[in-house]
Design a protein around this ligand. Structure first.
Ligand code: ZN
Length: 184
C-alpha cells in the first residue's frame, strides 16, 4: 500500500453513534486505536476524511427506521471530542449509509489522487460496508483497519469484516500494521 495514494475514511464517529442516540459501547472501545491511526496518517501526509451523518430532521428516509440521530447542526452530529478534527482533515456530510451516496467524496478522493481507502468507524456491517461497496464499485482499493471499526455485536463485526473481504476484496490490517506502512 503506497501512502501517497491512500486516504483514511472515518465513518460516523459522532456523538450520537458512540455515546448518544445510537450509543455503542464497542464504538467507544475503538477510539484509542482510531486516534492513533489518524495521528500517524496526518504525520505521514495521508489525508483523513470524516464521513459524517448529517440528517435533515423530519425528512430523511433513514430516520424512519432508526429514529432521530445525527441531525445536522446538533451536538449529536459532531465528531466525538476524542477524535478532534485537524485543519488538514476533510469532512463529507452524508444523509445515507454510504459516504459516497449523493456527496462529493468521489470528487474529493479523485482530486487528492487517492485510489485506496482505509475504512474505519461505525458500523462494520452497515455504513462502513455501504461506503466500501461504493468505493469498490467506483474502482477504489478497499483496506480495513480491523481494530478501528466495530459494530453493535461481535457477530455483526465478524460477519462485516468477512463480507468486506469476500465481496470487495478488502485487505485487512491492524492499526499497528498500517502505521508501520505509513512510517516507511
Ligand atoms: Zn444515519
Amino acid at each position: 500500500m503506497a501512502k501517497n495514494n491512500t486516504a483514511i475514511l472515518v465513518v460516523d464517529m459522532l456523538n450520537d453513534f458512540v455515546t448518544g442516540a445510537l450509543k455503542c459501547d464497542r464504538g467507544l472501545k475503538i477510539v484509542p486505536k482510531t486516534a492513533q491511526l489518524l495521528e500517524g496518517a496526518r504525520k505521514a501526509g495521508v489525508p483523513v476524511i470524516f464521513c459524517n451523518d448529517a440528517h435533515l430532521k423530519g425528512i430523511d428516509h433513514e430516520l424512519k427506521l432508526w429514529g432521530d440521530h445525527a441531525i445536522a447542526g446538533t451536538k449529536g452530529a459532531e465528531v466525538i471530542p476524542e477524535l478532534e478534527l485537524c485543519d488538514k482533515d476533510y469532512v463529507v456530510p452524508k444523509r445515507r449509509y454510504s459516504g459516497f451516496f449523493h456527496t462529493d467524496l468521489d470528487l474529493l478522493l479523485h482530486e487528492l489522487g487517492a485510489d485506496t481507502v482505509v475504512m474505519t468507524g461505525l458500523h462494520t456491517h452497515m455504513c462502513v460496508r455501504h461506503t466500501s461497496a461504493d468505493a469498490y464499485c467506483l474502482g477504489y482499493n478497499v483496506v480495513v483497519a480491523s481494530d478501528a471499526t466495530d459494530a453493535f455485536t461481535e457477530e455483526d463485526y465478524k460477519s462485516g469484516i468477512k463480507y468486506l473481504k469476500e465481496v470487495y476484496g478488502a485487505r485487512v490490517y491492524t492499526v499497528d500494521e498500517l502505521l508501520e506502512q505509513f512510517a516507511k
